[in-house]
Write a protein that binds this ligand. Structure first.
Ligand SMILES: *[C@@H]1O[C@H](CO)[C@@H](O)[C@H](O)[C@H]1NC(C)=O
Ligand SMILES: *[C@@H]1O[C@H](CO)[C@@H](O)[C@H](O)[C@H]1NC(C)=O
Ligand SMILES: *[C@@H]1O[C@H](CO)[C@@H](O)[C@H](O)[C@H]1NC(C)=O
Length: 385
């Protein structure tokens, strides 16, 4: 009996001997998994889409959804009109940091998967830029895209109607928002020069963040509001009524010049008052300061989501509601009433870059209004990038 038990014991333990090295690694894995779970709980950032209820249901002029199927498509029917974007260029600042190129030897590469594609950090930023280009080209097929970048960043974008325009400057992360205004100004200077040497129709410019999806034709603002020099987007927010992610400039000599002077003022205010906020919000605070410094300006107009014109220091500025031209998935409860049916631009601010790539991925097998339902339902979640 004893012998038998002994054998049995041996037989039972034998497999464990084999498993010993594995056992340690499994334990390590478990510990890692536990750390990851804690980390995820703390930051609450999701690596996949989380669908919730769609806001704005039952409200007139808001997109109505049944799951990720849109019940209204009306305003998007003009979508993709083949002439949309004629004489318009979207201009964005984009640079690659070589710290993000590949992974360091002591740090494993983290991969981000969207659909059936995995990206490392650098590929992920390029994918966002590519999604920006793709959305713009679907919505405004005749538009051009100009990427302002650090001459030192080796940016290779080989797409039709896309040009890379290097502008000397200081593109470090903590100076990027400041540099962005400088790059806009430098770019406008080149356009003013170019305009003096050519005849023909005006080429309008729209400076945008690259984490935006253009989902409608923006060309109509230049036709519907023939008198503005530059356009900004506003929302009903006391501290930060203006978002710097969308600045349209009329391509006439006057438009380019007034926009340049306006941005120079913003730059000076930024440098003199808001340098401590330079990494993130300085440009928006400076923008608001310049607008409010106009004695006749009535900030109450920001409380109603309706476009209006206002003279700001010699420039005719068109104020466009963020709800349509810079729509951001909800950041807080209460201020969120769904997606207007005439939405033109969706802004994937902060931890919503994943949602931008997921949306493009979803769009490839659906249509723009269904995709907007997906964004409406999943935009409350903070994602891993
Ligand atoms: C949007 O669709 C819903 C559901 O079909 C409908 O009741 C509503 O009238 C539509 N809204 C508009 C503005 O067409
Ligand atoms: C990934 O998905 C797309 C669209 O669903 C498909 O066209 C493509 O072939 C897939 N690629 C791979 C490598 O599976
Ligand atoms: C980063 O890129 C710049 C410009 O290409 C280069 O001068 C510099 O040496 C690079 N730094 C590292 C650490 O690779």
């Amino acid at each position: 009996m004893r012998v038998c038990t002994g054998w049995r014991r041996f037989l039972i333990f034998l497999p464990l001997l084999f498993f010993f090295p594995h056992f340690f690694s499994v334990m390590e894995l478990h510990q890692k998994a536990a750390v990851e779970t804690i980390h995820k709980k703390q930051s609450k950032k999701s690596d996949h889409l989380v669908l919730g209820p769609a806001a704005g249901q039952g409200l007139p002029n808001r997109l109505q959804c049944q799951g990720t199927r849109a019940l209204n498509k009306t305003h998007f029917s003009a979508y993709g009109a083949s002439s949309a974007g004629d004489n318009i260029a979207l201009v964005t600042v984009f640079t690659i940091y070589n710290t993000s190129l590949g992974g360091r030897a002591d740090k494993p590469l983290s991969l981000f998967t969207v659909g059936n594609v995995s990206y490392n950090k650098e590929e992920k930023s390029m994918a966002i830029l590519n999604a920006f280009i793709s959305f713009t080209q679907v919505s405004m097929p005749r538009s051009n895209i100009i990427i302002l970048t650090d001459p030192a960043s080796d940016l290779a974008v080989h797409r039709n109607r896309v040009t890379v325009h290097p502008i000397q400057g200081e593109y470090s992360r903590d100076k990027l928002m400041l540099q962005r205004i400088r790059s806009y100004i430098a770019f406008l200077e080149t356009r003013i020069k170019e305009l003096s040497q050519r005849q023909g129709p005006a080429h309008h410019y729209i400076f945008t963040d690259s984490d935006m999806a253009v989902v409608g034709d923006l060309g109509h603002i230049f036709r519907d509001f023939p008198n503005f020099h530059l356009a900004l987007t506003f929302r009903n927010n006391k501290e930060q009524p203006l978002n710097s992610g969308f600045i349209a400039v009329r391509g006439t000599h006057d438009g380019l010049l007034r926009a340049k002077i306006f941005l120079q003022k913003v730059l000076n205010v930024y440098r003199s008052k808001y340098m401590s906020a330079s990494r993130m919000l300085g440009d928006q605070l400076a923008l608001a300061w310049v607008v409010r410094s106009n004695p006749s300006f009535d900030a109450r107009r920001f409380s109603k989501a309706q476009a209006f014109l206002e003279d700001v220091g010699g420039a005719s500025v068109l104020f466009l509601p963020c709800a349509v031209y810079n729509w951001t998935p909800p950041e807080g409860a209460g201020q969120f009433h769904g997606i207007p049916l005439d939405v033109k631009v969706v802004h994937f601010k902060g931890s919503r870059k994943r949602l931008m790539l997921e949306s493009w991925n979803f769009f490839s097998s659906s249509d723009i209004s269904d995709m907007l339902c997906l964004i409406l339902m999943s935009g409350r979640t903070k994602y891993d990038f």
